[in-house]
Ligand binder design. Structure first.
Ligand code: ADP
Ligand code: MG
Length: 262
């Protein structure tokens, strides 16, 4: 594990005024605040398929985590548990101190906003331009109109899309579409950004640009988890790698390559 503290999130101007809540879990081995804990998580789908088996995972604030594994290993299932699309069959998923299975219904939207999610296929609204796609994420949660414009402008500047704000998805390159999706994921000031194969539809050069952007966001203090098949990226970056195989965590180490060492 890296034991360095994350850089101050004060670098994220829209985070000003958000004091860390005092209800985080107690300090463990790592003195950083914990964003995410999976404890003995098993997920069995209704068809009997065990997609995750006895998974334990702790993600401290500021981490950059690669989630790797073959197709079918359970990466997307793990991500669906984190955004509470699915509930674990056994075990607990705790996000920022909240057990996701025990959340009162009225708190679900609030807790969901703590996770920014980015998908392989971007999932932009085709009839909305870049600015509107990002703004929509705030509109649906009832953000006051006067706060939306500055928040959207800030994240568009961060991802380098200020000049493309009025363009529609079909007018953008794949990389620009993914940067729009990343801006949308950030606009709520999430505790963690989760990207499920975000470079899966992009060529290597553009994949690398998207990765640089996620690294910069991480340097600004946002925890990032990225599921990927891209062995070159994982091996080059020497970050924390959590490897799944057939629903189990078979490896969790910092600085590892995509494949098991030795
Ligand atoms: N909704 C579902 N119902 C039943 N089985 C599923 C469902 N989603 C995924 N699975 C199965 O669970 C396993 C893990 O899938 P998934 O989490 O999508 O893996 P990955 O993202 O690593 O490719 C696979 O065997 C897959 O077929
Ligand atoms: Mg998947």
């Amino acid at each position: 594990m890296t034991l360095t503290r994350p850089r101050s999130s004060r670098l994220l101007p829209w985070r000003n005024g958000h004091e860390p809540s005092a209800d985080g879990p107690p300090d463990g081995l790592d003195s950083r605040r914990t964003v995410l804990v999976l404890s003995d998580v098993t997920k069995t789908y209704p068809n009997g398929r065990d997609a995750l088996k006895d998974v334990d995972l702790v993600v401290p604030e500021g981490d950059f985590v690669f989630l790797v594994g073959a197709s079918g290993a359970g990466k997307s299932t793990l991500i669906r548990l984190l955004i509470r699309d699915e509930l674990p069959t056994r075990g607990t998923v705790t996000l920022d101190g909240d057990d996701l299975a025990r959340l009162p219904r009225r708190r679900v939207p609030h807790v969901r906003r703590k996770v920014g999610i980015v998908f392989q296929d971007f999932k932009l609204l085709p009839r909305k331009n870049v600015r509107e796609n990002v703004a929509f994420a705030l509109e649906v949660t009832g953000t006051p109109r006067r706060k939306i414009r500055p928040a959207v402008d800030r994240v568009l500047a961060l991802v380098g899309l200020t000049g493309q704000a009025e363009q529609y998805p079909h007018q953008l390159s794949g990389g620009e579409q993914q940067r729009t999706a990343i801006a949308r994921a950030l606009v709520h000031d999430p505790r963690i950004v989760i990207a499920d194969e975000p470079t899966g539809n992009l060529d290597p050069l553009i994949s690398w640009e998207i990765l640089q952007l996620l690294l910069r966001i991480n340097e600004l203090g946002v925890t990032v988890m990225m599921a990927t098949h891209d062995a070159d990226i994982v091996t080059a970056l020497r970050r924390r790698v959590v490897a799944l195989e057939d629903g189990r965590v078979i490896r969790d180490e910092v600085g590892g390559g995509y494949h098991r060492a030795g």
